[in-house]
Design a protein around this ligand. Structure first.
Ligand code: PHE
Length: 335
């Protein structure tokens, strides 16, 4: 019987060492076992037959296990964290360049970085909202024609993919109310994608990005707002800039202004080339009231504008449609 045990160990070792485990069943030593049977004393034959059978069953199981092991080894594990071409079977035939951040993502991060360093908290805007946040809480009376200026899309249920980041103002004000009452101030920027039902051309897109600021304290002034904005633009473009404002109408600010910078010579501008960059103004008392903030005690300013416009000026991009085109020739310029 011990020689059966010895044989088991030998055969198992061979199974785990070979790439053709099923061949082991043809081993001469196995056949040998059967020729021994008739030579045994009849009283021993039962136990011997059983032991041989057991050997065959366990050997078969070891062969199947080895076959599975070999099959697993031929499947390369997929590393989802690896650069994409590593997982390809034919890396030599594929381009090896890596993906990069989209220029809008990168520039939006720059913008947010500047405002955060100025002390503003950054909050991502929503991509679906309701009439109350998009218009009602922002002092747009029901059926007021100013609503039409925003060319909003609407779902069948009446929800709105926001047409401006001002849709976040009421939430920012409500969330900051406790800070005001504790003697502090509200300073936040909201940023994200906005949507307008516009005819697309070189300067209009149905989908674009905005960044918006909201500041409220007991003493906020228009002068502080202009200083904040000038500081932002000078940091973003890395040079001194001239600024200009003119009256602008937005129901949620009073007074409301349009804010322009003079196109810098370094970016191809001539004196007197004014570029309108954003809308801004002192937050309307009704907007503060809709967040339950007392307009007799607190005052604030807000501004909001498009990101693409900033980036287009910085890099001399002539057509807004490049951003959402997915064209690699365009994207590679920013790699
Ligand atoms: N939400 C306005 C727009 O998209 C811009 C704006 C923001 C104006 C905040 C004033 C204050 O046109």
């Amino acid at each position: 019987m011990t020689n059966i045990e010895d044989l088991r160990q030998t055969l198992f070792a061979r199974v785990s060492a070979t790439n053709e485990p099923r061949e082991i069943l043809k081993a001469a030593e196995l056949k040998q076992l059967y020729t021994v049977l008739p030579t045994l004393d009849p009283s021993e034959r039962g136990a011997y037959g059983k032991a041989v059978n057991e050997l065959k069953v366990t050997l078969e199981a070891a062969i199947v296990a080895r076959e599975n092991e070999l099959e697993d080894a031929t499947i390369e594990p997929l590393d989802v964290t690896a650069p994409w071409d590593v997982n390809s079977a034919l890396p030599a035939l594929l381009p090896t360049e890596q993906g990069t951040q989209h220029p809008l993502t990168r520039e939006l991060e720059n913008v947010i970085d500047i405002f955060t360093r100025m002390g503003f908290e950054a909050i991502e805007s929503r991509q679906i909202d309701d009439d109350e946040h998009m218009f009602g809480a922002l002092n747009f009376p029901a059926n007021h024609p100013a609503r039409d200026g925003y060319d909003t899309f609407r779902t069948e249920e009446g929800f709105i993919p926001p047409a401006h980041t001002s849709t976040m103002q009421n939430r920012i004000l409500k969330a900051g109310k406790a800070k005001l009452e504790a003697g502090g101030h509200i300073a936040a920027v909201s940023y994200g994608r906005v949507f307008r039902n516009e005819d697309v051309d070189a300067t209009h897109e149905h989908t674009f990005y905005q960044c918006e600021g909201v500041y409220v304290s007991e003493t906020a002034t228009l002068g502080e707002m202009l200083g904040t904005l000038q500081g932002f633009f000078e940091t973003y473009y890395g040079q001194k800039l001239k600024i200009k404002t003119q009256p602008g109408y937005f129901p949620f600010v009073e007074p409301g202004l349009e804010f322009a910078i003079e196109k810098p010579a370094a970016l191809g501008g001539k004196p007197g080339d004014w570029l309108e960059m954003l809308g801004c103004g002192m937050i309307h008392p009704n907007v503060l009231r809709s967040a339950d903030i007392d307009p007799e005690k607190y005052r604030g300013f807000a501004w909001g504008g498009g990101i693409e416009r900033l980036v287009m000026l910085k890099y001399g991009i002539e057509d807004l449609r490049h951003f959402e085109s997915g064209k690699l020739a365009f994207l590679r310029k920013f790699a």
